[in-house]
Design a protein around this ligand. Structure first.
Ligand code: FMN
Length: 383
C-alpha cells in the first residue's frame, strides 16, 4: 500500500521540480557539495590553464557524464582526451553527443582563457579523427599563448549562470523574434547552420515526433536502463557521484526511503514512478514556444565539435537574454529502434544522415532551475 503522505499530484510536482530540488538536496550533504564548481570557478588558480578548465567543466554535456580528461603538458599546453569510461553506448552509439559535449567544453575553456589574456591555439584531433568510435586519441592539443591584445568575450559572465531547464516553458511569454535571431546568430558559422521553429503547426509536428522518441527510448530496455543506471536519488548518491540525472530534495529522499522511487521501480517503464516522469516530460515538451536546431555541413568529428561550440555559445546567449534551453535529443539518436523517427526528424528540418542535425532544443522562459552537479576539476586532470 502506498503511504498516504504522497499524493499523485505531489509526486508529479516533485518530479517536475527535479532540477531545483536536486540543488536543495545536494546542499544538505555535509561531505561534498556537488554544486561547488559553479561558485567562483577558477578563484585562486594561478595557472591560466586551470582557471580556464575550471570554467570548461561547467559545459553542457549529455546525461551529465562529464567525459573529459586533461593532461597538463609543460608550462602552457594541455592534451584533452575523451573519458572513454564515461560514454553512452546505448543512446549514443557513435559517441556523437559525447563529442558535441567535448566541443562545448572547448568553447567554455576558450572564452575563459580569453578573459585572462590568453589566446588558446587549439589543434583538433591531432592524432586523426577516431571513427566509428572515440578511443584513447586526443580530442585536442591546446597551447595557451599569452596575448594582451586578445578580445574578452562578454559571454564569459554567463558561464556560471547557464543551466539546462526541464520544466514547462511559459507559452504566454514566448521569446521575441529579436532574441531568437540573436541566438541563431550566436550558433551560426561554418560548418554549422542554425534555425528556429515557432510556427504552431510545425511545433506540433516536432512535439509529436519528440514524444514518440521519448516513448521509444523508454520502452527499449537497453536505452531505458542506460538512463536508469545514471539516476542519482537523494543527497547521498548525488554527492557520491556528482554526475548523471539528479533527483534530490526532501520529497525524493522520502520516496526513496519508502521504496517508491528506486532504480528497480524506474526500470519498469510501466511503473508508477516511470509513468509520473513520462507525464511531467510530456507536459514540459507540450509547453515549448520555440525550438532551436543546429545542423552540420557533414558529420565529421570536427563538425560535431563545432556543433558543441555553437550550442554552448547559443545557450550562453539565451542565458544573457533570460531564456532557458533544454535539448530534446531522443529522435536525433542513432540506434535501430529510433531509425524511422531519426529519418523523419532530419527530413522535417531539411537535414540528412550525411549532414545531420546535431542539436534540437526547447527554448522558452521559466523560473530558475538549480545547477546540475559537477565532479570538480581534480577529477578531470590526469597529470
Ligand atoms: C549533446 C547533448 C545532448 C543533450 N540531450 C539532452 C536531452 O535529450 N534531454 C535533456 O533534458 N538534456 C539534454 N542535454 C543537457 C544535459 O543533460 C545537461 O547539459 C547536463 O545534465 C548538465 O546540466 P547543465 O547543462 O545544467 O550544466 C544534452 C546536452 C548535450 C550537450
Amino acid at each position: 500500500m502506498r503511504p498516504r503522505l504522497f499524493t499523485r499530484r505531489s509526486i508529479l510536482e516533485c518530479l517536475a521540480a527535479a532540477p531545483v530540488a536536486a540543488t536543495a538536496g545536494c546542499a544538505a550533504s555535509p561531505a561534498v557539495d556537488p554544486a561547488a564548481a559553479w561558485r567562483a570557478p577558477g578563484a585562486g588558480e594561478r595557472d591560466p590553464r586551470r582557471f580556464a578548465l575550471a570554467h570548461a567543466i561547467l559545459a553542457p554535456n549529455p546525461h551529465n557524464r562529464q567525459p573529459w580528461l586533461v593532461d597538463l603538458v609543460g608550462k602552457d599546453e594541455i592534451a584533452f582526451y575523451p573519458d572513454t569510461a564515461r560514454l553512452l553506448p546505448a543512446t549514443d552509439p557513435p559517441n556523437r553527443q559525447i563529442t558535441v559535449g567535448c566541443g562545448a567544453f572547448l568553447e567554455l575553456m576558450d572564452i575563459a582563457a580569453r578573459q585572462i589574456g590568453i589566446r588558446p591555439e587549439i589543434s583538433l584531433w591531432p592524432q586523426g579523427e577516431p571513427q566509428p568510435n572515440l578511443d584513447a586519441r586526443r580530442v585536442a592539443h591546446v597551447r595557451f599563448a599569452a596575448d594582451p591584445a586578445v578580445r574578452r568575450d562578454p559571454l564569459f559572465a554567463q558561464i556560471p549562470l547557464r543551466h539546462t531547464n526541464r520544466v514547462p516553458f511559459d507559452l504566454k511569454a514566448p521569446p521575441t523574434a529579436s532574441d531568437l535571431g540573436e541566438i541563431v546568430g550566436a550558433a551560426t558559422g561554418a560548418p554549422i547552420t542554425a534555425g528556429i521553429v515557432t510556427d504552431a503547426a510545425e511545433r506540433a509536428e516536432l512535439i509529436k515526433l519528440g514524444w514518440q522518441g521519448w516513448t521509444i527510448e523508454g520502452h527499449t530496455p537497453r536505452t531505458h536502463m542506460e538512463s536508469v543506471r545514471l539516476l542519482r536519488i537523494g543527497a547521498k548518491e548525488i554527492a557520491e557521484h556528482r554526475d548523471g540525472v539528479s533527483l534530490g530534495g526532501s520529497m525524493f529522499e522520502a520516496l526513496k526511503a519508502t521504496g517508491m522511487l528506486t532504480p528497480k521501480v524506474m526500470a519498469d517503464p510501466d511503473s508508477f514512478g516511470a509513468k509520473s516522469s513520462d507525464s511531467m516530460a510530456h507536459k514540459a515538451l507540450d509547453a515549448t514556444p520555440a525550438f532551436l536546431w543546429l545542423r552540420g555541413a557533414d558529420n565529421s568529428r570536427a563538425t560535431q565539435i563545432a556543433a558543441g561550440r555553437a550550442y554552448a555559445r547559443a545557450h550562453l546567449t539565451a542565458t544573457k537574454l533570460g531564456l532557458c534551453f533544454q535539448p530534446w535529443s531522443m529522435t536525433l539518436q542513432e540506434y535501430p529502434e529510433m531509425a524511422a523517427l531519426y529519418a523523419a526528424t532530419q527530413a522535417r528540418l531539411g537535414a540528412s544522415p550525411a549532414a545531420p542535425l546535431q542539436m534540437l532544443v526547447r527554448v522558452g522562459r521559466a523560473k530558475f532551475a538549480g545547477p546540475a552537479p559537477r565532479r570538480g576539476l581534480a577529477e578531470h586532470i590526469r597529470t
